[in-house]
Design a protein around this ligand. Structure first.
Ligand SMILES: [Zn+2]
Length: 147
């Protein structure tokens, strides 16, 4: 799949965090079938104390979630975060997925002054910069639905 996507000129900024297809963008997670905890990233070491950790499997989260909190950033994120140009101000949103896990990401639409908590969002990608081969280097992001 990544082979196919690079042909399309889009590559992830970091490996193993999300994936995409014609069907949409999905965040990669892992689920512990002993205690029901979901993880992000999928290889995260933290775990519920006392859990036997049996039956942890890699899963993809739902495409859509709910914006539970957000903040507007007026300064650039520190390295290793890299963008083509200054993107301030931008919005970082906390999204809760139906699986119960909350994940932060840039909210690409709508602009900072039009957001409301409780909004339904879908996972998308956001182009950070173009690499030397002209490919879009992307991260996951969120877009409000039905704004
Ligand atoms: Zn567990």
């Amino acid at each position: 799949m990544e082979e196919k996507d690079s042909e399309k000129g889009k590559i992830p900024a970091l490996p193993d965090l999300f994936t995409w297809s014609e069907d949409g963008v999905r965040i990669r997670s892992a689920k512990c079938n002993s205690c029901g905890t979901y993880f992000f990233p999928e290889y995260h070491e933290q775990h519920r104390p006392g859990c036997s950790r049996e039956g942890v499997e890699n899963v993809l989260l739902s495409k859509e979630g709910e914006l539970v909190s957000y903040t507007i950033m007026h300064y650039m994120p520190p390295p290793p975060f890299k963008t083509q140009e200054d993107i301030t101000p931008y919005t970082i949103g906390m999204v809760e997925f139906p699986e119960g896990i909350q994940i932060c990401g840039i909210v690409v639409e709508p602009g900072p002054n039009k957001l409301k908590t409780g909004a339904k969002v879908e996972t998308t990608t956001y182009t950070l910069y173009k690499d030397d081969d002209g490919r879009d280097v992307v991260t996951w992001a969120f877009r409000v639905l039905n704004k």
